[in-house]
Design a protein around this ligand. Structure first.
Ligand SMILES: [Zn+2]
Length: 336
């Protein structure tokens, strides 16, 4: 009997259906996500601490501990999910849920279009203000179009949208933007027209027609995945204008990511407008106490969950050399 086995309580509580263990190829992706996530979160914690942002430090730690232990019962894995938006595991689950919810609705749209709404890029100190402004602008556009539609003068504005922000390390700027899917080309043009009108009022000039993009959706699933991305990319090219970058040159800009997280806090990242979803089933928690179980732990510096009794690895995941290099050499926490 090992020391760990002695520490294991006789009974443990589990909830929900858990994750299938046998033949579940996505577990290896989860091990990779957790490996990247942990490394990234430690850097984000340092940055947030440095800024005195105690609430974010707490959320980052919650994300760090997400799924650190799996309880195996009847060949299914149960865990505590942090549900923060800083967690790559929870975001992947959320994303899959959203795709399952929205795909059946959007596939009935006649001729969906993918739209990107942008405004001028800005420096970090203006980012929060800008994100607030984008939300206000979108609400105003929605209200205006709704009233117009009620008066019988304009089409209904319908779609799904998500807020995303990338960082340009070369210029040290941010480009918060919306990805939108609308049911047809007319709505795409209408939305772009209203967006430009909204940002270029009273002699101000914040967005150009050229900066707005739209195209027909050819692969709905692909564009849904593109839309439901949850916030920001983890890996960034050091020079976004130089398309010849190689994977090895990608970097993680932790301070920029924390700036983006701070600006987006409390903002809904993904939303629908102009339509309702069919009623959704609610999942039952189904909390129960079980006796026959195994524990799998993701210890610090590990890249996989290890069985606390046998030392066996859960997924067999190993980092590639490229990823090892990225995580050890390419996390940038430097101040602006
Ligand atoms: Zn999580």
């Amino acid at each position: 009997m090992t020391a760990n086995e002695n520490k294991k309580p006789h009974k443990v509580q589990i909830a929900g259906n858990g994750t299938e263990m046998i033949g579940n190829e996505s577990l290896i992706n989860r091990a990779q996500r957790k490996t990247i996530s942990r490394k990234l979160l430690l850097s984000l914690i340092d940055v947030a601490k440095d800024k005195g942002a105690t609430e974010r430090v707490k959320s980052y730690w919650n994300a760090y501990h997400c799924c650190s232990t799996f309880t195996e019962h009847n060949k299914r894995l149960h865990a505590n999910y942090c549900k923060t938006r800083y967690c790559t595991i929870c975001n992947a689950i959320r994303k899959a849920d959203k795709i399952n919810t929205y795909y059946p609705v959007l596939k009935n749209w006649e001729n969906p279009y993918f739209v990107t709404l942008t405004i001028k890029t800005i420096k970090a100190n203006k980012l929060k203000n800008r994100v607030d402004g984008m939300k206000r602008a979108f609400t105003k556009i929605k209200d205006r179009c709704k009233q117009r539609h009620h008066r019988g003068k304009g089409m209904r504005l319908v779609g799904i949208k998500s807020l995303e922000c990338n960082f340009n390390p070369k210029e040290n700027t941010y480009n918060p933007h919306y990805h939108v899917i609308v049911p047809n080309r007319e709505t795409a043009l209408y939305l772009i027209q209203e967006w430009c009108k909204q940002w270029n009022r009273k002699g101000q000039f914040h967005c150009s027609k050229k900066g707005q993009h739209f195209r027909a959706v050819e692969n709905l699933e692909h564009d849904l995945i593109e839309t439901i991305k949850y916030g920001t990319k983890v890996f960034t090219e050091p020079d976004p204008n130089n398309k010849k970058h190689v994977k090895k040159e990608m970097k993680i800009y932790a301070r920029a990511m924390d700036n983006i997280n701070a600006a987006m806090k409390g903002k809904r990242i993904f939303d629908r407008f102009g339509f309702n979803l069919p009623p959704q089933e609610t999942k039952e928690a189904n909390v129960r106490t079980v006796e026959n179980y195994k524990l799998w732990e993701f210890t610090p510096n590990a890249t996989d969950w290890i069985n606390t009794d046998t030392g066996e690895c859960l997924t067999g995941y190993n980092m590639t050399i490229d990823l090892q290099y990225l995580l050890s050499e390419s996390i940038d926490t430097a101040k602006e």
